[in-house]
Each structure stands twice: as structure tokens, then as C-alpha cells.
Design a protein around this ligand. Structure first.
Ligand code: ACO
Length: 374
């Protein structure tokens, strides 16, 4: 047997084919550059594109939104479970439990056909924001708010969390962040979902596993660290600059910077930065944007390292006065579209994903009977 090439962390390895998205030449979904989608389409249109393969016509979008809006509710036993979770349960963990539990109530759960997977994906797109919002209220001893059928994903989510109508600027900014978070080729959580699907497991299992992979601070969890960094860094440009230089000298990682693929910058971060600044200006939290600029300058000069999408996203959600533990669940609320599209693609052309490992353990040796050991 020949020894296959080895790349730690699978860096640079082509691990499969996809027609869903590429990071080549700037991120695009099914051939559309994300900047164009942000300018000319909504998150709901982008979700349709990822799940159905093409941008919708007005009639297709209306029918899609109607199906999604109709599925915006949780089975009552799941609400009871969310209410019974310990109060310290992290929202992302509650979401992972919710997706796992939702499988029991979905009659298509074990149907692996393309059409059933699209139907289940549309339902998860509807249910995930509700699960996040319902757990948010239940964990505070409050009552969840019913979803608003006439609102799109971004506006409905903000309404369900706050109970008031969000401003059009906030809805647009959240919508843009959802477009940018929706899909990213073979990132860790999507790859985890594809590995699970490749065993002919089902969509809910794959998404449950993907949420687990998203949680870590080297992936989706980074957006929850951004505000802590900007708070710890201090108020004045001098204090911020000293803080980041000291942190780098201690070899700390500045969450929201760096990327396995993008070594000269993440196009998504540049797009969302404008929206984060606009919402922060309106909210009176522009100081955080100024501090972020200082850190960006030092990171570029000292480490040749640039922000990823989590850097402006964490600031945007903070300016919207959303609580920090909701940030990674919001990422999941968008990425469900990319995860589901990849699971569907994997199952449409399935081959079990089972790589090899480079063995570094002891050479073959005899088993010593237990009486002779020690
Ligand atoms: N701050 C400071 N130094 C960093 C950072 C950072 N954010 N990221 C990487 N480095 C340094 C590492 O310490 C390492 O230095 P060394 O060679 O002196 O040991 C070098 O850069 C290479 O780092 P690796 O971890 O090998 O690079 P990799 O490609 O595996 O890292 C990753 C990618 C995990 C995203 C990394 O940049 C990181 O940890 N960033 C912070 C977490 C983060 O923002 N994650 C979000 C990812 S994007 C997303 O999920 C939307």
C-alpha cells in the first residue's frame, strides 16, 4: 500500500467536489459573488438559492416564504424541554438539543431522498430561529413570542427576541450578516455535516453534529469573543494599541482575525464592516468601531493578519443590543442553509468519507499476559 500525502488539519487538501460555493476569486454561492447578493438579494432569496439551486422568481420566493413562515413553531414537548433546561445552558447547546429533538417530530426524518431533504431543510430554516428565541425567553422565565408570518427571517428573529419592531436599518444589517454567514465551502462544521451524511445518516443528525463543530472559538464561537476583546482592550486608541501589542507578545490569538483559507483578507468582513459602523453610529456605540480600527491596523502591521467575518459580526450584534451568547446561534440560523445544501449534495452523489491517518504509535508488539506485566 502506498502512503498517501499528509497535510496537518487537511490544509490545502481537496476533500471533495461541490457546486454550491467557492472561495476562489472571492466567495460566491452557485456562481453569484456574495457582494452582489448583498446588493441585489435578501437572505431569504439566498436561502432559496442554496437549497434549490437558482435564485427564485417573485412567485417562487412568495411560495417559499409562505412555507417557511408556516413552519415557524416548535412542538409543545420541545418547548417544555427548553423550559426545563438548567438556566445556565448556553443558547448554542440548547439549539443543538432542539435540532436533535426536532427530528423526532419530523415525519420525513429518516427519508434521505432529495425532495424530503429540501422539505426538512426548509422546516429547519423556519424552526431554528424560533428555537433560539423561545429558549431565550424561557430561560429567563418569560413567555416566547409567536412568530410573525409576514416578516422575513431577519425581521422575524429580531421581533421574536425583542418583542418590538426593529428599524429597517437593523433588519438590513442582520439580513446582510445572514447572507454572508450562509455558506462557506468545506469549513469545519459543513465538512462535519458531510462526513455524517456520507454514512447515510440523516439531515437532523448531520445538522446536530455541525452545530457541535460550529461551537468552538476557532470557528463560529469566535463571534462571541469579539466584544470581550474590544471591552478588555480599553477606551483610548493608545490603550487599545498597547493591549493588542501585549496580547500578541503573550502569543494570544485575537479572535475574529486570521483564516485557514483567506491569508490576505476575508471579503465578507469588509462588506459587513460598513453595516456594523452604520448601526453602531445609530446606537451610540461607535467607540467600539474606533477601537476595532486600531486593532485591525496593529494586526495588519505586526502579523500581516486580517479580520474574518466574525470580527464585524460580533460588533454588529452588540450594536443591536443582542446578548453575546446569541451570536453563534445566529450564525447557525444562517448556516443551516449551507449545511443542508451540502448534505443534499453529498447524498445526491454519495461516497463514504473515510480518510486515512498517519500512525505515530508503537510498532507492532506482542501482548504480555496480565500476570507477567508490571
Ligand atoms: N491572532 C493571533 N495570531 C494568530 C491568529 C489570531 N487570530 N490566528 C493565527 N495566528 C497565528 C498562530 O498563532 C500561528 O502562529 P505561529 O506560527 O507563530 O505559531 C500562525 O498564526 C498560524 O496559525 P494557525 O492556527 O496554524 O493557522 P490556521 O490556518 O490553522 O488558523 C484560524 C485559522 C483557526 C481561523 C486562526 O486564524 C484562528 O485561531 N483565528 C482566531 C479564531 C477565529 O477568528 N475564528 C473564526 C474563523 S472564520 C469563521 O468561522 C467565520
Amino acid at each position: 500500500m502506498t502512503t498517501p500525502a499528509y497535510s496537518p488539519g487537511l490544509e490545502g487538501v481537496i476533500a471533495g467536489e461541490t457546486a454550491i460555493g467557492t472561495v476562489e476569486g472571492g466567495l460566491s454561492y452557485r456562481g453569484y459573488f456574495v457582494g452582489d447578493l448583498v446588493e441585489h438579494a435578501s437572505f431569504d432569496e439566498t436561502a432559496y438559492l442554496l437549497l434549490h439551486g437558482e435564485l427564485p422568481t417573485a412567485a417562487q420566493l412568495a411560495a417559499f416564504r409562505e412555507r417557511v413562515a408556516a413552519a415557524r413553531r416548535l412542538p409543545p414537548p420541545l418547548k417544555d424541554l427548553l423550559a426545563a433546561l438548567p438556566k445556565w445552558t448556553a443558547p448554542l447547546d440548547a439549539l443543538r438539543t432542539s435540532v436533535s429533538a426536532l427530528a423526532h417530530f419530523d415525519q420525513d426524518a429518516s427519508d434521505l431522498s432529495h425532495d424530503a431533504n429540501v422539505r426538512k431543510a426548509e422546516r429547519l430554516l423556519a424552526q431554528i430561529p424560533v428555537a433560539i428565541a423561545d429558549h431565550y425567553h424561557l430561560s429567563r422565565g418569560g413567555n416566547p413570542l409567536p412568530a410573525r408570518q409576514e416578516l422575513d427571517t431577519a425581521a422575524n428573529f429580531l421581533y421574536m427576541i425583542r418583542g418590538t419592531d426593529p428599524s429597517p436599518e437593523e433588519v438590513k444589517a442582520l439580513d446582510v450578516s445572514l447572507i454572508l454567514y450562509a455558506e462557506h465551502e468545506f469549513n469545519a462544521s459543513t465538512f462535519a455535516a458531510r462526513v455524517i451524511a456520507s454514512t447515510l445518516s440523516d439531515l437532523h443528525c448531520a445538522v446536530t453534529g455541525a452545530i457541535g463543530a460550529l461551537k468552538g472559538p476557532l470557528h463560529g464561537g469566535a463571534n462571541e469573543k469579539v466584544v470581550d476583546i474590544l471591552t478588555a482592550a480599553g477606551d483610548t486608541p493608545e490603550a487599545v494599541e498597547k493591549w493588542v501589542r501585549d496580547a500578541l507578545a503573550r502569543k494570544e490569538r485575537i479572535m475574529g482575525f486570521g483564516h485557514r483559507v483567506y491569508k490576505t483578507g476575508d471579503v465578507r468582513a469588509g462588506i459587513l464592516k460598513t453595516f456594523a459602523r452604520k448601526v453602531a453610529d445609530a446606537a451610540g456605540t461607535a467607540g467600539i468601531e474606533d477601537r476595532a480600527d486600531v486593532i485591525e491596523r496593529v494586526m495588519a502591521a505586526e502579523k500581516n493578519m486580517y479580520p474574518n467575518l466574525d470580527w464585524p459580526a460580533g460588533r454588529l450584534y452588540h450594536a443591536m443590543r443582542l446578548e453575546i451568547p446569541l451570536y453563534t446561534p445566529i450564525f447557525a440560523m444562517s448556516r443551516i442553509t449551507g449545511w443542508a445544501a451540502h448534505v443534499i449534495e453529498q447524498l445526491d452523489h454519495n461516497r463514504l468519507i473515510r480518510p486515512r491517518a498517519l500512525y505515530t504509535g508503537p510498532a507492532r508488539r506482542p501482548v504480555t499476559p496480565i500476570g507477567e506485566r508490571g
